[in-house]
Structure formats: C-alpha cells, structure tokens
Design a protein. Structure first.
Length: 175
C-alpha cells in the first residue's frame, strides 16, 4: 500500500481512473453508434453502407420513375374512360311509358307506348295497340327527340316523358 502513496503510485491510480472513465465512455459511444446504425438502416435500408447523398439521389431517381409510370397509367385510364363514355352515350339512359285505351272501349288501358332513348335523345318508340281480339306492335325510330316516321300523340308523350325523366300524371294516362 505504501507504493500507492508515492508519486508513481498516484500517477498509476490516476491513469487507471482515466482508463476506466475512457472505457465507460467507449461503451456509451459504442451503444450510441449501434443505435445510430439501426436508425440509418431504417432510413437507408439494408443495401450496405451508403451515404445520404447517394441515398437521396436514388430516391429521386426512383420517384421520377414512379411518377412516369403513374403518368402513363393515368393516360391509359383516360383513354379507356373516354371510350367507355362514348359507348355509354349510345346506351339506353331515358325511358318513358304511357298506357292508354287505344279504342276507347273501357278495356283498362291495355295499349302502351314506351320510348327507349340514349343520352342524345335517339332510340326507338315501341307501341303495343290492344283490341279485344288482336294486338299490334309498332316500332318507330327516334333521332334527337324527333320520330323518323310520324308519331302518335301517345308516342310523342312517351318521348317527352323519357326526355323529361318524369312519371306521367295519372289524369293524362286515363284519356
């Protein structure tokens, strides 16, 4: 113990204390470095050591590539949507039905006219005229709301109802 009180002993104790503090500091720094590397792997991925500039450049390149892909996809969808919209304009989107008694016979309004029209008001009017012992079916083409052949008042009403999108009045149906 006498040797620890000498100058050499005190210097050895001081060096040991400094070494112990340095060892603790190295342990703390190693732990911080380990955490920082884990955080870096989260940001940079597991592709090996890279710097932040290279990583940012790769992200920018990948983002531009993704942006180009999305633009191409959007253009394709826009073309398909235009095609679908064009086809939908030709689909039946308006209909109107009028029931009436064609011969005023008290037969319960068995005759009907139905207009089936697209978005431009073109399509067909089909009329079924019922009599006691027979029924006749007529179809007339309609272009932009106008019949290609002369339409009966009931057919005109069916076209009007179809284009207006309303249900005809019960009083009108009893005529």
């Amino acid at each position: 113990m006498d040797e620890l009180t000498t100058t050499t002993g005190i210097a050895a104790l001081a060096a040991g204390a400094i070494a112990l503090i340095a060892l603790i500091a190295v342990g703390v720094l190693a732990r911080r470095l380990s955490r920082m590397r884990a955080d870096q792997r989260v940001v940079l991925g597991d592709r090996g050591p890279r710097d932040l500039v290279a990583h940012a450049a790769a992200l920018d390149r990948d983002f531009r590539s993704l942006h180009g892909y999305v633009e191409d996809l959007a253009a394709g969808l826009e073309n398909r949507l235009g095609s679908v919209e064009g086809r939908l304009e030709g689909a039946i989107s308006h209909h109107g039905l009028v029931r009436y008694d064609a011969y005023n016979e008290m037969s319960g309004r068995q005759s009907t006219s139905i207009a089936l029209l697209d978005a431009r008001g073109s399509g067909v009017v089909v009329s079924s005229i019922h009599h006691r012992d027979q029924a006749r079916l007529y179809a007339k083409q309609v272009v932009e709301g106008q019949g290609q052949l002369e339409l009966s008042p009931e057919e005109i009403e069916a076209v009007r109802v179809a284009l207006a999108g309303e249900v005809p009045d019960r009083a009108e149906q009893h005529r």
